[in-house]
Design a protein around this ligand. Structure first.
Ligand SMILES: [Fe+2]
Ligand SMILES: [Fe+2]
Length: 188
């Protein structure tokens, strides 16, 4: 883990660093609570935003070189996770598929998310440094239901994206529909 820590120190500004360490802490806690490996959660959290401060032209170069989905071009918000997922395996020797997917889908979510994927998705939204009107409500929900908290967070993201007429990735819609259906089946 030394390599990723020194990468973070060198490449992320103070605000983003604090965010990453906040996600590490919250992901570890959520993992322990919801029955997945806290070390895996902390590892995914450390890597998840390694390209969050990278300029979009550099991200575009990665998208092309790594032959990722062209929908990621010119969209730093969507591209940073999928790029990190490839690079953490290629350059940092992380081969655990669940950790890689948690990083890959941390911005959009996806249908059929694993517990670890949901832990990272949610930790990203509620780590201690996050501050938006509904975050405390979301933290309360996170203390009782991982699925419901992820669903609430996705609904909020979809609303936010639509209000601002930003690009909404289909994986987010699919993730939301999946969690909604799952909740209805479980009588939530
Ligand atoms: Fe991110
Ligand atoms: Fe993040």
């Amino acid at each position: 883990m030394d390599y990723i820590n020194s990468y973070i120190e060198k490449n992320l500004n103070e605000k983003r660093k604090a965010h990453v360490y906040g996600v590490v802490k919250t992901a570890g806690e959520l993992a322990a609570k919801y029955g997945c490996d806290p070390v895996k959660a902390e590892t995914a959290a450390l890597f998840h935003d390694m390209f969050r401060s990278t300029p979009v032209d550099v991200l575009n170069m990665y998208v092309r070189q790594l032959q990722l989905d062209p929908v990621l071009l010119d969209n730093a918000n969507l591209a940073h996770g999928p790029i990190a997922a490839v690079i953490m395996e290629r350059d940092y020797g992380i081969h655990d598929e669940d950790i890689i997917n948690a990083v890959k889908y941390h911005t959009t979510g996806r249908a059929g998310m694993s517990v670890l994927e949901k832990v990272i998705y949610l930790a990203d939204a509620i780590e201690p440094g996050r501050n938006y009107p509904t975050v405390d409500e979301l933290r309360k929900t996170a203390a009782v239901s991982l699925d419901q908290a992820c669903l609430d967070s996705m609904e909020r993201s979809i609303e936010y994206i639509r209000e601002r007429e930003l690009f909404l990735h289909e994986d987010t819609i699919k993730a939301r529909d999946y969690l909604k259906k799952k909740g209805e089946q479980n009588g939530l």
